[in-house]
Design a protein around this ligand. Structure first.
Ligand SMILES: Nc1ncnc2c1ncn2[C@@H]1O[C@H](COP(=O)(O)OP(=O)(O)OP(=O)(O)O)[C@@H](O)[C@H]1O
Ligand SMILES: [Mg+2]
Length: 290
């Protein structure tokens, strides 16, 4: 199976190209197409992961429908109900695309952490805090936090996300809006984690995005996918150990084993790493939804 690295829909205006997804402008709504591109350390890798786009798309759709009580941008993934202008593109977009409400994204990434990993673990080792939040002493890598914490980030000019403190988040969004997105993020994380636990998956951390749509704050972008979250298998989880993961960590670990400075161009992936990664995406989908 070949993966999709790029997508062109002649006659449909492209709004923007993300690292993984392409946005097309349908007037009042948007078409989001998930390619099979994979990014790591904020670099898009030259090889696609076959099947990834479809899995990401369907997993987000699953959560958006589950979280229908929270205003979100989801409209449909049902190709039959797509506008006439998209019907010629079934082979390209069916299954890997979603029609959503157009919104203006808020300039803060809403990260929630229930466990200590990634940049949170790094900061904790240096200062005993994560995004300025004091944490108990003696936590190990991958330890569960006493309670999940909201650790916002901004897209820095460098392109890398930068963790920010709560006061800084309030400066950017205003404290009313900051409070709304913080509370929604914590509630979504908690509901998602409870569900995932019934499927033997730990959601170590995740990132939500919100946007404004006719003055209303709505959950946008993707939701609780392996690209936006760290998923760990609960049955083999032990604090202190690098958990085998259901997400991009596998690719990150491979890339860390190379002598690569994490600047473009990113290295090619060997076929076995591509296949193993594709399998991880399939596995987490089967665990959560199948
Ligand atoms: N409903 C929406 N309205 C407007 N923009 C949206 C909506 N949902 C998602 N987006 C934007 O679509 C893009 C998704 O693309 P993708 O995740 O591939 O990009 P990214 O690399 O994370 O983006 P960026 O480079 O901006 O960080 C994000 O920039 C996201 O903010
Ligand atoms: Mg993104």
């Amino acid at each position: 199976m070949n993966g999709m690295l790029s997508v062109d829909l002649p006659d449909v205006p492209r709004l923007s190209s993300g690292k993984v997804r392409e946005l097309f402008d349908l007037g009042d709504t948007l078409l989001i197409v998930a390619t099979d591109r994979i990014s790591a350390f904020d670099c898009v890798l030259p090889d696609p992961i076959p099947g990834k786009g479809e899995i990401l798309n369907q997993l987000s759709a699953f959560w958006f429908q589950k979280f229908h009580q929270v205003p979100n941008h989801f409209i449909t993934t049902s190709f039959e109900s797509y506008p006439e202008a998209l019907q010629p593109y079934a082979d390209l977009i069916r299954g890997r695309s979603m029609i959503v409400r157009k919104s203006t994204p808020l300039p803060v990434e809403c990260v929630v952490r229930g466990y200590l990993a990634g940049s949170g673990w790094k900061e904790y080792q240096e200062s005993g805090t994560v995004c300025g939040i004091d944490l108990p002493e003696g936590l190990e890598f991958a330890s569960q936090l006493p309670v999940p914490i909201f650790t916002p980030a901004t897209k820095a000019a460098s392109g890398h996300d930068e963790n920010i403190t709560w006061p800084k988040c309030c400066d950017i969004l205003g404290s009313d809006q900051a409070t709304v997105v913080r509370d929604l993020s914590l509630a979504l994380y908690s509901e998602g984690s409870l569900y995932a636990a019934t499927r033997d998956i730990i959601i170590a951390d995740t990132k939500f995005e919100f946007g404004l749509c006719n003055g209303e704050i709505v959950l946008i972008d993707e939701c609780l996918t392996p690209d936006s979250s760290r998923f760990w298998p609960a049955d083999v989880y032990v604090a202190g150990k690098n958990p085998p993961s259901f997400d991009k960590q596998f690719v990150r670990d491979y890339l860390e084993s190379l002598d690569w400075n994490k600047r473009p161009p990113a290295p090619r992936l060997p076929p076995e790493i591509i296949e193993k990664t594709a399998e991880k995406y399939r596995d987490v989908f089967t665990h959560l939804v199948g």
